[in-house]
Ligand binder design. Structure first.
Ligand SMILES: NC(=O)c1ccc[n+]([C@@H]2O[C@H](COP(=O)([O-])OP(=O)(O)OC[C@H]3O[C@@H](n4cnc5c(N)ncnc54)[C@H](O)[C@@H]3O)[C@@H](O)[C@H]2O)c1
Length: 313
């Protein structure tokens, strides 16, 4: 049975959607949670909303413990403050889920500097500035006590697998998160800290409504009870990865939605041609490169875009 009663977790972007599901499910299994959210719109623009406070109330109403943290995780000072909040409140930190993010879909020929920078900042820099103080803390704990409990869970996207036309800023950021997480899995292994990536699939405000309705019926076999796009299913997987049972899993990537979990293999070598001790010439490549493609696996059908906004312009 999953038991997180001794654990303290930080979840970014936890006021809505998938982050809220992580926070509420971690709390349901006993974790105390710092619920971060900047309360921004789907394009990252500021609003008056404070969804982190709502989620803290929801967790408290269900008998759990949580504190709200309103801040923009693209800011390094906010990343540090978030980790300090866990330590000041409960004296420890066991789990970090970097989830916050937004999108600015646009074809590259129309993409502005600001749209590029803001999306890279929230996903990639935001993941870095929270992971760094957490890893510093876990390393210090391991050195002091000989052991520590550390679970880092970062958020990529299935668009890395299926392609992301109109989302070049977003997939570039998510590829960075993916590579960053794999590097941290190696760097933090000596301290017993795991780092894994989730590619979530859930019906949030960012998800495409039309696709959800059509697909939901197909996935559920017509049942109205089971909604595979409910973020709760991703929340359950986050709780599993955060748990002691998942101590052996690191440097891995999982695509998750209700009722389906896929173990994703990233950056694999598809096929190799060797010139046996000499260099290939440009003419050799005319033979060799088509041969490499001949052995390529068939690509899976791409899913529709995940963002709610209409087709990027
Ligand atoms: N929904 C999907 O199917 C899907 C698919 C692939 C990846 N993702 C990823 O999952 C994560 C969560 O997305 P969601 O669908 O739940 O979206 P959402 O909009 O429902 O929730 C995201 C939350 O993050 C917060 N946030 C945004 N920028 C922030 C910042 N700078 N600092 C702190 N909080 C901030 C928002 O206020 C919001 O509450 C994102 O990283 C997204 O890219 C989602």
């Amino acid at each position: 049975m999953i038991d997180l009663r001794e654990r303290v977790a930080v979840v970014t972007g936890a006021g809505r959607g998938i982050g809220r599901a992580y926070a509420t499910r971690l709390a349901a299994y006993g974790a105390r949670v710092v619920v971060n959210d900047a309360g921004v719109a789907t394009d990252g623009s500021a609003t008056d909303e404070d969804p982190a406070a709502d989620v803290v109330r929801e967790i408290a109403a269900a008998g759990g413990e949580a504190v709200a943290h309103r801040g923009d995780i693209g800011d390094a000072a906010v990343g540090n403050a978030l980790v300090e909040r866990a330590l000041d409140t409960w004296g420890r930190l066991d789990v970090v889920i970097n989830n916050a993010g937004f999108g600015r879909p646009r074809m590259v020929f129309n993409l502005s500097d600001e749209e590029w920078d803001d999306v890279i900042r929230v996903h990639l820099r935001g993941t870095f500035v929270v992971s760094r103080p957490a890893c510093r803390y876990w390393r210090a704990q391991a050195k002091q006590h000989g052991t520590t409990y550390g679970r880092l869970i970062n958020t990529a996207s299935g668009l890395l697998v299926y392609g992301g036309a109109g989302q070049s800023n977003y997939v570039a950021a998510k590829a960075g998160v993916q590579a960053f997480t794999e590097a941290l899995a190696t760097e933090m292994a000596p301290y017993g800290v795991t780092a894994n990536t989730i590619m979530p699939g859930a019906n949030t405000r960012l998800a495409q409504i039309g696709w959800r309705m059509a697909r939901q019926r197909a996935d559920s076999g017509g049942s109205e009870q089971f909604d595979p796009r409910d973020p709760v299913h991703v929340g359950e997987f986050g709780a599993y990865l955060a748990s002691p049972d998942a101590a052996w899993i690191s440097g891995q990537t999982f695509q998750v939605r209700g009722g389906i979990v896929e173990h994703i293999q990233m950056w694999s070598v598809r096929d190799t041609a060797s010139a046996d001790g000499r260099g290939f010439t440009a003419d050799d490549y005319r033979q060799e490169i088509p041969r490499l493609f001949g052995a390529a696996a068939k690509r899976a059908d791409p899913p529709p875009p995940e963002w709610k906004a209409g087709s990027p312009t």
